[in-house]
Design a binder for this molecule. Structure first.
Ligand code: ATP
Length: 282
């Protein structure tokens, strides 16, 4: 039996430059993992099959699950004729902009690499993971990184100072494909600066990090779901130095330097949302 943790991510910046001929947007994003994680447990099986179980009842357990796709890819790529049971203890909110599925897929590649003794490096696993989804390579490494291309080209950054993160998820699901489908890159008013964010992170200056945060998908998701924008305003009203939507939403987050202040904001938010999480950069 083997266990792997799959961390959630937030976007500190998310920029879309243009739509590519293959249908994806060329993006530039500064990403950060946080210590909110799913726990995956791998148990070998006699029968040559992939079996999944999950604590969240509404998650598909067949080919539609990214964990299943990752396990199948490992079996096919390395000719493994062994069975595996993977249990997903789901703690990351689903369809929330926190890359829960992609992180589970990355953890599956890491876990099966160990369980089946395949000897692959993280770089090799990240390259394989890009076949499953654009966010999987970042989730393979975690920490702080710039993602480019369709999100799969990763430039890792040194760890920055540990910040507190308050996450709030309104009770709606957002489809990433739909948000990108509605985005018009020629109408984007302000593009975030990757360079300025990287410099702010290197200094560990929270005010500067907050000033450089930017997500070009906010406008699209806010127009579809005004409650997401309202939650962001509430985070700022309760004293967060900076707040933003993660990915295509609907989760919004605030960065806070001191634990007591983060706890105060969490408690204030609990009056408005049932899904409030306190975590840290990881
Ligand atoms: P991203 O930020 O990468 O867009 P997300 O956090 O918005 O991802 P996920 O939680 O990964 O979204 O889930 C998106 C969809 O993927 C859900 O509708 C879910 O049914 C499906 N899915 C497939 N595998 C998983 C998994 N292991 N965990 C969660 N969702 C999964």
């Amino acid at each position: 039996m083997w266990t792997e943790k799959a961390q959630a991510k937030i976007n500190l910046t998310l920029d879309a430059l243009y739509k590519r001929p293959d249908g994806y947007h060329e993006v530039e994003m500064v990403m950060q993992t946080v210590d909110l994680s799913d726990h995956l447990t791998f148990t070998e099986r006699e029968a040559d099959e992939i079996a999944l179980s999950c604590t969240a009842p509404y998650i598909p357990l067949d080919e539609r699950n990214l964990v299943y796709q990752a396990a199948k890819l490992m079996k096919e790529t390395f000719g493994v004729q062994k069975g595996i049971h993977i249990h997903i203890d789901k703690r990351i909110p689903v369809a929330a902009g926190l890359a829960g599925g992609s992180s589970d897929a990355a953890a599956t590649l890491r876990g099966l690499n160990k369980v089946w003794n395949l000897g692959q490096s993280l770089d090799q696993l990240a390259e394989l993971g890009a076949k499953i989804g654009s966010d999987v390579p970042f989730c393979m490494y975690g920490g702080t990184a710039v993602a480019r291309g369709r999100g799969e080209k990763i430039e890792r950054l040194p760890n920055t100072c540990p910040m507190w993160v308050v996450l709030v998820k309104p009770p709606i699901a957002v489809s990433t494909a739909e948000v990108y489908g509605r985005l018009r890159t020629d109408e984007i008013e302000k593009h975030p600066s990757t360079k300025a964010m990287v410099e702010a992170l290197a200094k560990g200056d929270l005010r500067q990090i907050c000033a450089e945060m930017g997500n070009v998908l906010e406008k699209v998701t806010f127009a579809m779901h005004p409650e997401v924008e309202r939650l962001k305003s509430q985070l700022l009203k309760f004293g967060a130095p900076g707040a933003m939507m993660s990915g295509s939403g609907p989760t919004v987050f605030a960065l806070v330097e001191r634990e007591e202040k983060a706890l105060r904001i969490c408690n204030a938010l609990r009056g408005f949302s049932r899904e409030v999480y306190l975590c840290r950069f990881f």
